[in-house]
Write a protein that binds this ligand. Structure first.
Ligand SMILES: O=C[C@H](O)[C@H](O)[C@H](O)COP(=O)(O)O
Length: 222
């Protein structure tokens, strides 16, 4: 917990007055939202756009000025977590099911700052099952197409029913074990009709801030 919090606080130091800030989702982004709220209370003037209803609810509760997705054209900085980060700063995201909105934010952000604890760093992506957002219609056909790319896809369940994303879609968690070429897999997956988006974020992170339990942080920049 401490490691996530200090990585988040480091990233929030980079936010400046007047910025439009993208809010990530998850237990690490939670600390960033808390820290942004503290700075807003101290007079920081920003507006924020959230990557999930849970982050939006939290930000609203804490008094962070929010702007709807539909009203935003560019984002200065997004701060978000990740499930895996490799040495090239490529990522797997979507463990919390927010990958579509997160990728929309990432694609339109001048800077994407990823905050993680040391357990998220890997030599090669793929041990964490890759989340792929699919449309519920004909899900089995889509899962079969995904499987043909060399993985074991499993429909994510919640209380025995398919987990439904904020966008009304389902998530397939895909066990690849190792992903040799993340960039090409990211493209291949999105070419399958029925796939909405996948959790590979290749060449998108500007910086990754790693927090450690001893209170130190390490920053990697592309
Ligand atoms: O959909 C969820 C997001 O991609 C999260 O940023 C990711 O799962 C990491 O979450 P956490 O910080 O809770 O490990």
């Amino acid at each position: 917990m401490h490691a996530k919090k200090i990585a988040a606080e480091k990233a929030v130091e980079w936010i400046q007055d007047g910025m439009t800030v993208g809010l990530g989702t998850g237990s690490t982004a939670y600390w960033a939202i808390q820290s942004i709220a503290a700075r807003v209370k101290d007079g920081l003037s920003i507006r924020a756009v959230a990557s999930s209803t849970s982050s939006e609810d939290l930000a609203r509760e804490l008094g962070i000025p929010l702007v709807p997705f539909a009203d935003v054209e560019t984002i200065d900085m997004t701060i978000d977590g990740a499930d895996e980060v490799d040495d090239q700063l490529s990522l797997i995201k979507g463990g919390g099911g927010a990958l579509l909105r997160e990728k929309i934010l990432a694609a339109s952000s001048r800077r994407l700052i990823i905050i993680v604890d040391a357990s998220k760093r890997v030599k090669q992506l793929g041990r964490f099952p890759l989340p792929v957002e699919i449309v519920p219609f004909a899900a089995n056909l889509t899962l079969a197409q995904i499987k043909a790319l060399g993985c074991l896809p499993e429909l994510r369940l919640k209380d025995g029913q398919p987990f439904v994303t904020d966008n009304g879609n389902w998530i397939a968690d895909c066990r690849f074990r190792t992903i040799e070429e993340p960039g090409s897999l990211e493209t291949q997956l999105n070419l399958i009709p029925g796939v909405v988006e996948n959790g590979l974020f290749v060449h998108r992170a500007s910086s990754v801030i790693v927090g450690y339990e001893d209170g130190t942080v390490q920053t990697f920049t592309r």
